[in-house]
Design a protein. Structure first.
Length: 286
């Protein structure tokens, strides 16, 4: 009896794997994620009650679909713990669990609705290119942190110097360290920075050197350094993704060959049994 159950489960699991690995199914899930995003966005508008009822039904349907989809992916694994070995699977599982939080007649309804917005992030786990981008960004954060620290030092030095020199000209922009930092951030983002520079140049004609050197270091040097770090990490992640894809393809081919060998062995066994039965029948006739 247990053998029959295990055999039925193996067939179901094989069907689950085929559905999970089917590209059409993946694109259908992506479409549902997009529809879910549209439904959440539509609820921010003042819409008729009839349409709102339809949107609520769609929201429940999408939630149930995500639940069935994650259960299917979990059932497709040979062992349940293998599902949780992948970070993106844990990410999807967490989002699905969050989306199951009831949102009606609850004092936390607003928080629950906002948490459902995270379903949009499932696009990242389903699109390989976006997974590579996010992985590269997360890996690049420690390296970018050192550049950001150095940039803060430059901001700090220039802010202190600017506060000492220009506080008497415009106390609102340069009156203290905090105001000076905000002003330098405005300069670094090129938001009407020339107005700030011309105001100080009326008193200190050489102050243009202060602004140009700051812009050169903060924008041209540090920003390009950050871009270089992200591009370098992105290339590494893309190379790893290609290698992982080749490894997965090789493993898939190995599993297919192993399955084929098992089928051939089973066929040979049946042929041997058939031949043995024929020989026994001939001996009985004799």
């Amino acid at each position: 009896m247990s053998g029959q159950l295990s055999g039925h489960w193996a067939k179901l699991q094989a069907n689950f794997k085929r559905i999970r690995d089917n590209k059409a199914f993946e694109w259908f899930v992506i479409s549902v994620i997009v529809v879910s995003s549209i439904v959440i966005g539509a609820r921010t508008y003042d819409i008729p009650p009839g349409v709102m009822g339809f949107i609520l039904v769609m929201d429940v349907a999408v939630t149930l679909f995500f639940l069935l989809e994650i259960l299917l992916r979990m059932a497709a694994e040979d062992r349940l713990r293998d599902f949780f070995k992948k970070g993106w699977n844990i990410f999807d599982f967490t989002i699905v669990v969050i989306s199951l939080i009831p949102i009606d007649d609850s004092e936390y309804a607003l928080i629950a609705r906002m948490l459902r917005l995270f379903r949009v992030l499932r696009l990242i786990s389903f699109i390989p290119e976006m997974r590579v981008l996010v992985s590269a960004l997360l890996i690049a954060i420690p390296r970018i942190g050192y550049v950001a620290l150095l940039m803060f030092v430059i901001f700090y030095l220039y802010a202190v110097v600017g506060s000492f020199l220009f506080a008497s000209i415009n106390d609102f922009l340069w009156g203290d360290l905090g105001a000076a930092l905000l002003t330098l951030f405005r300069v670094a983002t090129f938001e009407d920075w020339t107005d700030v520079m011309y105001e100080t140049m009326e008193i200190y004609s050489w102050s243009w050197m202060y602004y140009l050197t700051f812009i050169f270091m903060s924008t041209f040097i540090f920003l390009n350094m950050m871009i270089g770090i992200v591009v370098s990490v992105l290339e590494e992640e893309h190379r790893k993704s290609l290698e992982q894809g080749l490894t997965d393809l090789e493993q898939t081919e190995e599993r297919r060959m192993q399955t084929l060998d098992e089928q051939v062995a089973e066929l040979n066994r049946k042929l041997d049994l058939l031949l043995a039965q024929q020989i026994n029948n001939q001996e009985i006739k004799k």
